[in-house]
Design a binder for this molecule. Structure first.
Ligand code: 5RP
Length: 295
């Protein structure tokens, strides 16, 4: 209990010195609550303003994807090199050590697989996301999919409502789909729909032309998915061009864990995302690592 007598008088009030206040480093996030900002600042590096997220949630629609057959063997050695991990609760609880210290972008929706009809999704309970200390709730939106556009936008809206209740930011994910084009017009529209409905961060695909229109159409940070495996130099060039067009980071999977040197690729991608390295400089990092760490 505090002493009632003999206390030193409080006198250092800093009269005349204005109280310091700092803005928040992420686009569109300045008016969020403390918990939201704290979680975002665990995912995005406050110094660079950027993030390298490692996505390995593919199994929820694709089953045992190449490179993810044994997550304990292939992904766990990569965790130290990522700023954030993105996965399902099943993989998190069974295989990811809680001591890894990485913020979690939790796959918050679940639904149909590549064997039937993608994007027919439901949401899990928010209490379970809280139990797992989620830093982001990832929910997919299938803009332009006549069968599932409405239900996935409702899912995103619900995710934002739940996230706001508990101070967990929402990651709106623009969907993959056989008939969904990936040009700037579509990606800007889909990303904007996510942001308008309250997503705090948007994950979308890179497009070769006019990607800056996508990043500039959205008032919140954008991270890009990597998509199918590319030659390493092409994947690094994509990351470089995305960052230079205004993306706040990458949320990559296959171009990391399907590489012949996943750690080398993560180091190379990090050098682009955080240290403004060119694709050529990053590629050298990847090859140097690969050559000195042969299996
Ligand atoms: C699917 C996802 C995946 O996590 C995403 O596609 C990232 O993986 P990749 O870089 O392999 O495309 O969000 O909805």
């Amino acid at each position: 209990m505090a002493d009632k007598e003999g206390n030193i008088d409080a006198k250092d009030f800093g009269i005349g010195i204005e109280q310091k206040h700092e803005g928040f480093f992420l686009k569109g996030c300045q008016n969020l609550d403390w918990g939201m900002k704290s979680r975002l600042a665990r995912v995005f590096n406050p110094k660079s303003g950027h993030a390298v997220m490692l996505a390995f949630d593919h199994g929820f629609i694709m089953g045992p994807t190449s490179g993810l057959e044994r997550i304990d063997l292939t992904i766990n050695p990569l965790l130290d090199y990522a700023d954030c991990i993105m996965c399902t609760r099943g993989i998190l609880r069974t295989l990811i050590p809680p001591t890894c210290g990485k913020p979690l972008s939790l796959r918050f929706d679940a639904g149909t697989t590549i064997l039937t009809d993608l994007n027919d999704e439901t949401l899990m309970d928010i209490e379970d996301a809280v139990r797992m200390d989620a830093a982001l709730l990832a929910s997919m939106v299938a803009v332009g999919d006549p069968a599932h556009e409405g239900s996935t936008i409702r899912n995103l809206t619900r995710t934002v409502d739940l996230g706001m209740r508990y101070g967990i930011p929402t990651l709106g994910v623009t969907a993959v789909g056989k008939n969904l084009v990936r040009d700037a017009r579509y990606l800007a529209l889909a990303s904007r729909v996510c942001a308008e409905n309250g997503a705090n961060v948007v994950k979308t695909y890179f497009c070769e032309e006019n990607f800056e229109r996508v990043t500039n159409s959205v008032p919140v940070p954008i991270v890009i998915a990597g998509g199918k495996k590319l030659p390493e130099m092409d994947a690094l060039t994509m990351a470089y061009r995305a960052i230079n067009a205004g993306a706040a980071g990458v949320d990559m999977g296959r171009n990391i864990f399907q590489s012949d040197s996943p750690v080398g690729m993560l180091l190379a991608v990090r050098s682009i995302v955080h240290d403004a390295q060119t694709p050529e400089q990053a590629f050298k990092l990847y090859t140097d690592y690969k050559n000195t760490h042969k299996a």
